[in-house]
Design a protein around this ligand. Structure first.
Ligand SMILES: Nc1ncnc2c1ncn2[C@@H]1O[C@H](COP(=O)(O)OP(=O)(O)O)[C@@H](O)[C@H]1O
Ligand SMILES: Cc1ncsc1CCOP(=O)(O)O
Ligand SMILES: [Mg+2]
Length: 544
């Protein structure tokens, strides 16, 4: 059977490894369970087997695959593939050159190629559709399967670059699978994030090893993974509802504050020295409980405290290893992270560190001033002076585009602060999509803004943006299981700006403004009557 033209065989791609089999199982028995449970493609990858054993095993699996009409791919060993009549081969960058492989296997076999660089995409495009049929994009995350691999994990952002290159070089025939360190907890996020910037390309599938090969119930594991792949919308925060409903109202804001009072969320701050004290007092004023901690060994405990949330503020950076540990811990327990990439494009050090974190995890909300958001969107690198936005970053259209791009690229709720705060929730009509591939692009995303006139003093104090981060993390962290993250983010922004307005009126200096801002957050929270808040939320209706 010639599977070369089948595009849906890549959906759930099992790669074997006989080095991790549970007691009482064999490679064949694990593959058999997976195939019967719906695996769509099998690759035998046995780097250490003798040729004789490899061929015997491959023939047995080939028979099974023929029965269930599942293509069988052989890794690297072209000779074995030819000997058993496999449906295809997969080669890495250091294996036999692709043109030679195609000459040997002929026109009917699938050829897969491991790809990690855009130059490799350019090469396959130059060869054209008669050579490479699919690429394995990775290594996405650190993996046990390829021990001492020299490859640095590329993360979802690396995969997006490869998907963009496929678009750029018009390799439309080439299918894609994500590879490397993929497991149930991170697969939905990878599917959700890995979409080309134009929205037209997504991963065609996921390849994995240990989630099935090391599973004592390989069939159950396979079925659960297929559920992820068949889903169309996605909320990575466990029970928290990431779908933004209709435009939030003051009633929703009241509910959000009531949940903070009830649940008293723990807000772990990994933040800069300037913000520490002010952020802790803002958090307390809101009725939440701050802990300012960069202790790597306690992150695993803190994230499991009920209603925990993490504010990750990279103003004066903690070691990257600690930051990554924190991100992985909160992602693992699906608790929200608010990310504030302070001074993002001010220096390469800050840019590199924040890019590494953005490639590594998933964030409930990414907030920043216009300099930071424009930088994240790649629209204007000269828009920062230290940690403050410069005046060049004041074009509303540009800021809205940047906010939409950040929401789209990182699949998050993006907030760009300033006199007007712009909020893009990454949804289209309130829904989020896994691996769209349907042409939905940043410009299609819903967009909101919050205003309360010009409050100069809000820009005259330091850590005002950082403390908006504390406010967002407190309100998101307080949500109950059916809470809307979007409503909490918007409530935080409306509350914070309204408190700023009250603090500024009649205030004679930036010193007392700090204190008055905390006072008014304290008062507004306890009164909890959003109808009296002065700041106004509006939705941008693009038809206007
Ligand atoms: N001129 C302004 N008028 C009203 N609100 C402002 C103004 N400048 C900043 N803000 C508010 O102050 C907070 C900090 O925003 P910003 O100064 O942009 O952040 P950062 O301190 O990170 O640069 C946000 O809540 C924002 O809405
Ligand atoms: C001054 C300074 N330097 C490093 S972080 C920081 C505080 C920035 O706070 P904000 O982003 O709220 O202005
Ligand atoms: Mg800031």
């Amino acid at each position: 059977m010639n599977y070369r033209k089948d595009t849906d065989v890549y959906k759930l791609y099992l790669v074997t490894d006989s080095g991790m089999l549970p007691e009482g199982t064999t490679l064949f028995s694990q593959v058999e369970k997976a195939v019967k449970a719906g695996i769509t493609l099998v690759q035998i990858r046995e780097k250490d087997s003798d040729t004789k054993d490899f061929i015997a095993e491959a023939l047995e699996v080939k028979k099974l695959c023929n029965e269930y009409k599942v293509p069988l791919i052989i890794n690297d060993r072209i000779d074995v593939a030819l000997a058993i009549g496999a449906d295809g081969v997969h080669v890495g960058q250091d294996d036999m050159p692709i043109p030679m492989v195609r000459d040997l296997v002929g026109p009917d076999m699938i050829i897969g190629w491991s790809v990690g660089k855009t130059s490799e995409v350019q090469q396959l495009a130059e060869w054209g559709p008669d050579y490479v049929d699919y690429i394995g994009i990775g290594t996405l995350f650190p993996t046990e399967t390829k021990k001492n691999s020299k490859k640095v994990p590329m993360g979802p952002q690396g995969a997006i670059r490869i998907l963009d290159a496929l678009q750029e070089y018009k390799a439309d025939w080439c299918r894609t699978v994500g590879i490397g360190g993929l497991h149930a907890p991170n697969i939905p996020r990878v599917l959700y994030q890995c979409t080309s910037s134009d929205g037209k390309r997504a991963l065609d599938g996921i390849s994995l090893v240990s989630d099935i090969m090391a599973s004592p119930t390989a069939d159950v594991a396979t079925k659960r993974l297929l559920e992820f792949l068949d889903d169309t919308t996605y909320s990575y925060l466990g029970d928290l509802n990431l779908q933004s409903n209709d435009e939030p109202t003051s009633h929703d804001f009241h509910d959000v504050l009531a949940q903070v009072a009830k649940n008293r969320p723990l807000v772990q701050h990994v933040t800069n020295k300037v913000h520490q004290n002010f952020g802790a007092n803002v958090t307390l004023a809101l009725g939440a409980s701050p802990i300012m901690s960069e202790i790597e060994s306690e992150v695993g405990e803190l994230c499991r405290i009920p209603n925990a949330a993490l504010l990750l503020n990279t103003g004066s950076v903690a070691p990257l290893s600690m930051l990554k540990t924190a991100v992985a811990a909160y992602n693992e327990v699906t608790r929200p992270i608010v990310f504030d990439p302070v001074g993002y494009s001010a220096t390469t050090t800050r840019r590199d560190l924040n890019d590494a974190l953005l490639s590594y995890g998933q964030y409930a909300c990414i907030k920043g001033n216009s300099g930071e958001i424009l930088g994240l969107a790649g629209l204007n690198s000269s828009s920062m002076k230290g940690v403050d936005a410069t005046s060049t970053a004041s074009d509303a259209e540009l800021i809205q585009s940047a906010t939409r791009i950040v929401a789209y690229r990182y699949k998050t709720i993006a907030v760009c602060t300033g006199e007007t705060d712009y909020i893009c929730d990454g949804t289209v009509g309130g829904r989020r999509f896994i691996s769209t591939g349907s042409g939905i692009g940043p410009d299609d995303l819903d967009m909101y803004y919050v205003q309360d006139g010009h409050i100069p003093m809000m820009g005259d104090i330091t850590a005002s943006g950082c403390s908006l981060g504390s406010t967002i993390a407190s309100l998101v962290g307080g949500l109950g299981p059916d809470g809307s993250v979007f409503n909490a983010v918007v409530a935080a922004i409306v509350l914070y700006k309204s408190a700023g307005r009250l603090a500024a009126d009649g205030c004679d200096g930036s010193g007392s403004f700090h204190v008055r801002l905390i006072d008014n957050l304290y008062k507004l929270t306890r009164v909890n009557n959003p109808d009296t808040w002065s700041a106004v939320l509006k939705k941008i209706d693009d038809s206007e």
